[in-house]
Write a protein that binds this ligand. Structure first.
Ligand SMILES: Cc1cc2nc3c(=O)[nH]c(=O)nc-3n(C[C@H](O)[C@H](O)[C@H](O)COP(=O)(O)OP(=O)(O)OC[C@H]3O[C@@H](n4cnc5c(N)ncnc54)[C@H](O)[C@@H]3O)c2cc1C
Length: 496
């Protein structure tokens, strides 16, 4: 007799969301986390996906989503800056007017078009992707409703939606704007976390997906006040789930898991919050998998490209062209031109980190800086991350000092997190921040693989609940919630 109904391998935010829903539904649930703390990659995030407000309400979570005035502040090489506000198109238009009257005119229509399209796409995010071979009646009904909403968009937006998905984001932004700084700032959402430059096909998908999440094509600056991981862990425990940290699973065998300390635990279902490559290529014995599935999983792409540099400062840095400190409350974008972003990507194609990287910065307080750096490839051609981490941080700080000239004299401490650290410390295979590329071929009904997008896997009692499942990466909680719904359904139908 299994002691648990469900064992969740990994206490990342999605694993915890799954645990909350299943425990609330009365299932005896155990979370096993290999690290000494829960939360997974969430502790590295400087903005949230945004996190689903539906999940906050369902689970009565005790934290707040804060939307700062500024979405992103973009810095230009000539010492000017461009501020894009959250929910204030008129103020943003005024900023854009400093660069181009034409762009200022185009911006409101850009915002409205993405917002309309985002509303149509939004239901896709929290639905289980339909089965390609045997779509259920409920799937068809849901897709039908989305189809109707699509027809309601009107011809112009319908064509836009159909055209944009496969487009290179550099082309999309060029159709709307003439200012390089604005083009690059908008395009950045399409390449965030991706092994892709703005000229790569399909990078506009990131903009459409962001619009589906929160109505805007531009990366979110919403942050969480109150500690997400703790709030989720508290909610899971009060629903009756058990959470064990420093409990690494080294093998999944049917509905049994084996821990590094040799302990064996059994449940009616095992749910993996680890990424798909870790789950199927490390934790499951390949002999248990169909060779065709195994081959596809070996080809599932997860080339890590993001590193982080966190700084502590003795005082507030001064940014060229920024007179108002409230403009530093959102994200700060360094990557002033499309060609700059593309060149930053180029380096990584050849196994080098970029000497002029794209930086996405958040200042949680005036004396702290969280810097997400692209492009930093997991595999370096020369040397390795252990020998080159300090050199890499120097490159990042040099670049930053071109925009914030007094930064070097303010730095009191620096933390460097390379893609190799993301793999070794955070368990992310290949150091990929989203558990795998989010390209059209690894998206929706294709995530992680075609035929396996419904959180179930070829192994009867094994499920996925992390960012490698639909709707993918980002601090949203939605893969975890969607997975819980499917698992609960299988329990109810006595399939497990
Ligand atoms: C550097 C970085 C910056 C990011 N910035 C942002 C951002 O600003 N905004 C945003 O929305 N998203 C951001 N993301 C993405 C976001 O963090 C991820 O999409 C999110 O963490 C995925 O959550 P998850 O629960 O699915 O997986 P994870 O957070 O990866 O959690 C998986 C958990 O499983 C555990 N685990 C793995 N293997 C085992 C095992 N064998 N046994 C037991 N436990 C195991 C891991 O230790 C981990 O705790 C960032 C990610 C990174 C890495």
């Amino acid at each position: 007799m299994a002691k648990y109904d469900v064992i969740i391998v990994g206490g990342g935010h999605n694993g915890l969301v799954t645990a909350c829903y299943l425990a609330k539904g009365g299932l005896k649930t155990l979370v096993l986390e290999r690290r000494e703390v829960v939360g997974g990659g969430a502790e590295l995030d400087h903005a949230t996906g945004p996190f689903s407000t539906q999940i906050i309400a369902d689970l009565n979570l005790r934290f707040e989503l804060i939307t700062p005035k500024v979405r992103v502040l973009a810095l230009s090489d000539d010492g000017r800056s461009l501020c894009i506000y959250n929910n204030d198109t008129a103020a943003t238009v005024k900023e854009i007017e400093k660069f181009s009257a034409n762009d200022a005119k185009s911006y409101p229509e850009f915002v409205e078009s993405f917002s309309r399209i985002g509303r149509v796409l939004a239901p896709l995010v929290s639905m289980t992707p339909p089965s390609i071979d045997e779509p259920a009646a409920a799937d068809l009904w849901q897709l039908g409703k989305i189809g109707l909403a699509f027809r309601g968009l009107g011809k112009k937006d319908e064509y836009r939606l159909l055209r944009w998905g496969p487009m290179a984001v550099a082309d999309l932004v060029a159709e709307w704007f003439e200012t390089e700084l604005l083009r690059a700032t908008v395009a950045a959402r399409g390449i965030s976390g991706a092994f892709a430059g703005p000229w790569s096909a399909g990078t506009s998908l990131g903009l459409l997906w962001q619009a589906a999440m929160d109505g805007s094509a531009i990366g979110s600056s919403i942050y969480i006040k109150g500690g997400l991981a703790q709030a989720l862990a508290d909610a899971a425990k009060s629903a009756g789930a058990e959470i064990r940290t420093s409990a690494e699973v080294i093998r999944i065998e049917g509905s049994k898991v084996i821990l590094r300390n040799g302990e064996e635990l059994e449940a009616r279902a095992v749910v993996s919050n680890a990424d798909p490559r870790t789950t199927f290529l490390k934790l499951v014995d390949p002999i248990d998998l169909d060779p065709n599935f195994l081959l596809k999983m070996r080809n599932y792409r997860a080339p890590g490209i993001v590193a982080k540099v966190n700084l502590t400062l003795s005082g507030a840095p001064r940014f060229r062209g920024v007179d108002d400190p409230t403009k530093l409350t959102g994200r700060i974008h360094i990557g002033p031109e499309i060609d700059y972003l593309e060149r930053a990507f180029d380096a990584s194609k050849y196994g080098e980190f970029s000497r002029e990287p794209y930086l996405d910065i958040v200042m949680p307080s005036p004396d702290a800086m969280s810097i997400q750096v692209q492009f930093a490839p997991y595999k370096l051609k020369e040397g390795d991350w252990n020998t080159r981490r300090e050199e890499f941080a120097d490159v990042v700080i040099d670049r930053l000092s071109a925009y914030a000239p007094n930064i070097k004299e303010l730095i009191t401490g620096r933390q460097i997190i390379t893609p190799l650290d993301l793999e070794n410390t955070y368990g992310l295979s290949g150091g990929h921040i989203h558990h795998g590329e989010q390209t059209l071929d690894q998206f929706f009904t294709f995530r992680p693989l075609i035929g396996w997008a419904q959180y179930r896997t070829p192994l009867n009692r094994l499920y996925l609940c992390g960012a490698g499942a639909h709707p993918g990466g980002g601090l949203t909680g939605i893969p975890g919630a969607n997975a819980a719904r499917e698992i609960a359904r299988d329990f109810k139908a006595r399939r497990i």
